[in-house]
Design a protein around this ligand. Structure first.
Ligand SMILES: [Zn+2]
Length: 305
């Protein structure tokens, strides 16, 4: 089990009132260090432009990396770019890529990327929803191109739909993208009729859904499809904003539910791909919920790793 993170992820500062703040990451890394003193921590490297070009157009890459920023500028209603943002984005994407290299290279079976900003809303050409680069998509594309994989499953249980990841891979049958999320809620995509080329499965949950409702949907609609796909690598967009304390959404999950879904995914990885799982932090905006959920997530990820 490896953790990838980097101090530079704290330097992306969208402003004091912004929900996607550096303290989120401090809460996660602090809780993990306290709960699991024996974890192996690795510095996230910088992603390269080549690695980002696999999933983003040149205009997006240039906008994030080459804009001269003295204070902060707004890229969309929710997404800000400041002096530390470019490196934070590169470290977040680089973490996923390094984690893929470690897991597919046989150095470890499981990796968690404790990074920010999150990535799953970034599309090929658009920064949106707090996201600069789509880190999990860049990591999956790296696994295809460099490691020659042919089937990767991405499970996204963030409370928001991973519209960027879906848009990047909706014509690519090598990827199975499975998402549960609250609807209606930003970005208002992720309806069940969005099927890609048969490789997208969306399970919208109404506001107020609790852990039992969440588990039922995964057991009935999502886990069987994941099992049938028989992935060669399992990736997780781990958002912890489904927790009942989260201020941005209205689901009613507890940390135990995050531990449960992680355990289910790990079991399928054990069955099909030697237990290989790469998980990346996405959202989660209540600090206590972030602490509890990251500890529960890691507890299940570490099992048997
Ligand atoms: Zn989210």
């Amino acid at each position: 089990m490896r953790i990838y993170s980097h101090e530079a992820c704290l330097a992306h500062a969208p402003g004091p009132a912004h929900a996607e703040r550096p303290d989120r990451l401090r809460a996660v890394t602090g809780a993990l260090r306290e709960a699991y003193p024996d974890l192996s921590w690795f510095e996230a490297p910088l992603a390269t432009r080549e690695q980002l070009r696999r999933v983003h157009d040149e205009a997006l890459i240039t906008r994030v990396l080459d804009t001269h920023v003295e204070d902060t500028i707004q890229l969309d209603p929710d997404t800000w770019l400041g002096p530390g943002s470019a490196e934070a984005g590169l470290r977040a994407a680089g973490a996923g890529i390094a984690a893929v290299d470690a897991v597919l290279g046989g150095d470890t079976r499981r990796a968690f990327c404790a990074v920010r900003p999150p990535g799953h809303h970034a599309t090929v050409g658009e920064n949106m929803g707090f996201c600069l680069f789509n880190s999990i998509a860049a990591a999956a594309a790296h696994a295809f191109d460099v490691h020659g994989l042919s089937r990767i499953a991405i499970c996204d249980f963030d409370v928001h739909h991973g519209n960027g990841t879906q848009a990047i891979f909706e014509r690519d049958p090598r990827v199975l993208f499975i998402s549960s999320h609250q609807l209606p809620l930003y970005p208002d995509t992720g309806h069940t009729h969005e099927r890609g080329v048969g490789n997208i499965i969306n399970a919208p949950l109404p506001p107020g859904t609790d852990g039992a409702g969440f588990r039922a949907v995964w057991e009935r609609d999502l886990l069987p499809a994941l099992d049938a796909f028989a992935p060669e690598l399992l990736m997780i967009s781990a958002g912890f904003d489904t927790h009942r304390r989260d201020p941005l959404a209205q689901l009613e999950l507890e940390a135990e539910d995050i531990g449960w879904i992680t355990g289910q995914v790990v079991e399928i990885a054990d069955r099909h791909c030697g237990g290989r799982v790469v998980s990346m932090l996405e959202g989660g905006y209540d600090l206590e919920a972030l602490r509890e959920c990251s500890v529960a997530h890691l507890d299940a990820l570490r099992r048997g790793a």
